[in-house]
Write a protein that binds this ligand. Structure first.
Ligand SMILES: *Cc1c(COP(=O)(O)O)cnc(C)c1O
Length: 354
């Protein structure tokens, strides 16, 4: 069952809405003790592994809603600008809906796995000589002038679908986390999670709210720096966005929850990326690691108050937004290549250091 069927009472759907689903959601919440040890005693850390959605990122939660509503409204085509994962998701859901999908990407700035997905799902992929923000501008114009539905996160149905991530976290834990950590790019997801928590509280399903901790990449941190970034730079391509569409909503989530939005350097992102894979056993793409890098940074700064002995531990949930296999080049680039030896036992034993 996908997220629409599971959470329809919280979503703007009716009996008439055609549910276009690839069984998204219900992703694992993985306990990550090696991270908790760094945060300090009295803390549990959980990873919401969104890389295990059908197209490998959280974008599927929003796309099932956006495409279902597009079909309900009689649309024959969807379009998006994308740093990669939105296009992969839109392309797959358009296949399920039997409608056309147009994807506009910044030339040369998309991770290999994501481009492969959009292409193999048969989307019409167009690369523009510009960055994400410029690609989005073109797509907004296109969908204004032509009968094509915009499925970027400015489409309110995307936010509606994505808020189901909060429901799942509360349902699985049986309580509300103290801190909710995630990377921030176009800021749709922080908006969605905060909306989800507030609605679950409004419905009496939970009785408190988490502090929202969002992290941008240092070279691409408009919300932290307080102004749009002309030419954003970061290896975390999924959050390489200089002028977030949901800027205001992200600030509201931060302020209402008494949380924060901070930035982490590419080196810090890569350190967390390698830590997740090498110490926790979970492979997430670099943008996803920005949240965990943020937890490490805040732990170093003494942000998390020490837990009380004998009291219930505090809980931090980090959303790992996309799968590591999306961007295999990055993993290869930041590690040493394997040694090449002769094909005999002696040579392999020696190289393995047994
Ligand atoms: C889209 C995306 C983000 C950023 O989410 P926003 O809603 O744009 O803030 C982060 N990580 C991954 C892997 C993504 O695909």
């Amino acid at each position: 069952m996908g997220v629409i069927e599971r959470y329809k009472e919280f979503l703007p759907v009716t009996e008439k809405t055609p549910v276009i689903s690839i069984e998204e959601g219900d992703t694992p919440l993985i306990k990550a003790d090696p991270i908790a040890e760094i945060v300090g005693p009295g803390y549990n850390v959980w990873l919401k592994y969104e890389g295990l959605n059908p197209t490998g990122s959280f974008k599927d939660r929003g796309m099932t809603m956006a495409v279902s509503k597009a079909v309900e409204e009689g649309s024959g085509a969807v379009a998006c600008a994308s740093t990669g994962n939105t296009s992969a998701s839109a392309a797959a859901y358009a296949v399920r809906a039997k409608i056309k999908c147009i994807v506009v990407i910044p030339e040369g700035a998309i991770a290999l796995g994501k481009l492969a997905q959009a292409l193999i799902h048969g989307a019409c992929v167009i690369a523009v000589k510009g960055n994400f923000d410029e690609a989005l501008k073109v797509v907004i114009e296109l969908t204004d002038k032509y009968p094509v539905t915009l499925v970027n996160s400015i489409n309110p149905y995307r936010i509606e679908g994505q808020k189901t991530g909060s429901f799942e976290i509360c349902d699985k834990l049986g309580f509300v986390p103290d801190y909710h950590v995630l990377p921030v790019g176009n800021a749709g997801n922080i908006t969605a999670y905060w909306k989800g928590y507030k609605e679950y509280k409004g419905a009496g399903k939970i009785d408190s709210l988490p502090k929202m901790l969002g992290f941008q990449a240092a070279g691409s941190a408009p919300i932290v720096d307080g102004h749009p970034i002309e030419d954003p730079k970061t290896i975390a391509t999924a959050i390489k966005i200089g002028n977030p569409a949901s800027w205001k909503q992200a600030e509201e989530a931060r302020d209402e929850s008494e949380g924060l939005i901070d930035k982490v350097t590419d080196d810090e992102i890569l350190e967390a990326y390698k830590f997740l894979a090498g110490k926790v056993g979970v492979f997430a793409e670099p943008a996803s690691a920005a949240g965990v890098a943020g937890v490490f940074k805040k732990a170093r700064e003494g942000f998390f108050p020490p837990g009380d002995k004998g009291k219930k531990p505090k809980n931090i949930v980090c959303v790992l937004t996309g799968h590591g296999l999306k961007d295999p080049d990055r993993a290869i680039k930041c590690l040493e290549s394997p040694p090449v030896v002769d094909a005999n036992l002696e040579a392999v034993v020696e190289a393995a250091g047994i």
